[in-house]
Design a protein around this ligand. Structure first.
Ligand code: NAD
Length: 451
């Protein structure tokens, strides 16, 4: 007898961004039939032509293979995709709204569209049709999605929460080998349906954790709150090191060997960016505000980060003075982190804005994110295909994203190309001794003044 457990599941994934596209592709890779839906026609067209609308290492090959083997397809037709599917994932964006809270309009719109698509489908047993919210959403969203389904003729369709913990730049590995899978459910049958789906990804005894939707939604925010806290913490300590002539890099080593502390996520830098931490910290602040719970630490994490995004520019200003007219600054790295083309809330953009506002010319290079920056900045910047070419005639180099190939460049060539050998290193990737040897004036984050 073939049970549901032995069958490939038909799945719809609504929203084909960094999360939806990776989710859909990895679920197809494990043998399911997946239809990815997006209301952005251009994205769907690009995907149907076998190309990707985003850069994520390893993703193109997986998309192409699963399309070829007919397990993965792309459409703008939500209704048809949802009607064919046992599970429908919602992976649309939940950006920050003007008041700081998460903007859930896309989630509500999709929940309603799913209900309208399923309202005349005959009800099955519990867990036979499930809407799974993968987007990061405030506590209570799942309950509201269940209500929207019920109000629009689908009381028989279950809602579940399943937050995503992948990192851009390592998204496939994170999805394929998650540290854990968290689901928020009200019925054991729904938990079972999701456990079956994720079993192929949990073969190394990683846990499948079922809880209420409220706890599951909260888990995602608490994870990001902890990670953002670590970054703001080490940045604050780095700034103090700078003033006291201590080197945060040595301090970091000094604390990291303490197993209660560890080394992960304690690298100082130009502030966190990206499409998650900034908005998720503000959303958690919003949740606290709504229930009258003060969140002093979260406010501080956000404040420290906003200030940290100015630190590189402050170093530029301390070196060159206020007026940067006639100066040219080269910027290496635009994406909010390496191995992605995502520039949402990227610290590089904050630096670039300040440089432009003070009259500097800005030459930029990033191996993947240049087109996304060009879409906003147009001809305000000089775009350079090669890292070395970016330095030609520049008065200084600022490093904002630590792409791997920036780590061991030819310093001799760099010094020759730069008009003056000045480096502002937002990621502490170079050794002070090497910088001295090659005659660079070198500013890093939290490494103290040179003796
Ligand atoms: P994204 O902006 O890259 O993608 C969202 C997609 O949804 C877009 O392609 C958009 O066209 C589509 N969309 C919007 N409204 C739609 C609608 N009504 N119908 C169909 N499609 C619609 O966003 P993302 O980075 O993939 O993030 C999605 C969610 O996952 C967010 O809640 C985010 O917080 C969360 N998340 C993101 C990451 C990450 O690293 N990017 C990691 C974990 C969780």
């Amino acid at each position: 007898v073939i049970t549901l457990k032995d069958c490939a599941v038909k799945i719809a994934v609504v929203g084909t961004g960094y999360v939806g596209l990776v989710t859909g592709t990895c679920l197809a890779e494990s043998g399911n039939d997946v239809i990815c839906v997006d209301n952005n026609e251009k994205k769907v067209q690009t995907l149907n032509e076998g190309r990707l609308p985003i850069y994520e290492p390893g993703l193109l090959e997986l998309v192409q293979r699963n399309r070829k083997e007919a397990r993965l397809s792309f459409t703008t037709d939500l209704q048809s995709a949802v009607r064919q599917s046992r599970l429908t994932f919602i992976a649309v964006g939940t950006p920050q709204s003007d008041d700081g809270d998460a903007d859930l309009s896309a989630v509500w719109a999709v929940a309603k569209a799913i209900a309208l698509a399923l309202k005349d489908v005959p009800p099955g047993p519990p867990g036979s049709r499930v809407v799974v919210v993968k987007s990061t959403v405030p506590v209570g969203t799942n309950a509201r999605v269940a209500q929207i389904l019920a109000e629009n003729g689908c009381p028989h369709v279950d809602a579940a929460s399943n937050p995503e913990f992948l990192k851009e730049g390592a998204a496939i590995d994170d999805f394929m080998k998650p540290d854990r899978v968290v689901v928020g459910v009200r019925k054991p049958e729904v938990a079972e349906a999701l456990r079956e789906l994720y079993t192929p990804f949990l073969r190394t005894e990683r846990p499948f954790l079922a809880m209420t939707p409220e706890s599951s939604e909260m888990t995602k925010y608490v994870a990001n709150a902890m990670l953002a806290t670590k970054i703001s913490f080490i940045n604050e300590m780095a700034n103090l090191c700078d003033k006291l002539s201590a080197d945060i890099n040595d301090v970091r080593r000094g604390i990291g060997h303490d197993q209660r502390i560890g080394f992960q996520f304690l690298f100082p830098g130009p502030g966190y960016g990206g499409s998650c931490f900034p908005k998720d910290i503000r959303a958690i602040l919003g949740m606290g505000r709504k229930v009258g719970q003060p969140l002093g630490m979260m406010q501080a994490v956000d404040d420290v980060n906003e200030a940290q995004k100015q630190v590189l520019f402050q170093k530029v200003r301390a070196h060159f003075g206020d007026d940067l007219k006639g100066k040219t600054v080269a910027v290496w790295g635009l994406a909010f982190k390496p191995r992605t083309d995502d520039v949402r809330e990227a610290p590089a953009l904050v630096l670039i804005d300040s440089l432009l506002a003070h009259g500097a010319a800005v030459r930029v290079h990033d191996p993947e994110a240049m087109e996304n920056v060009r879409a906003t900045y147009g001809d305000k910047l000089i775009y350079c295909d090669q890292p070395y070419g970016t330095l030609e005639g520049a008065d200084a180099l600022a490093i904002v994203t630590e792409w791997q190939h920036f780590r061991t460049p030819d310093f001799e060539v760099m010094r020759r190309l730069l008009r003056t050998p000045v480096i502002f290193d937002g990621r502490n990737i170079y050794d002070q001794k090497v910088m001295d040897q090659f005659g660079f004036t070198y500013y890093a984050i939290g490494r103290g003044k040179r003796k």
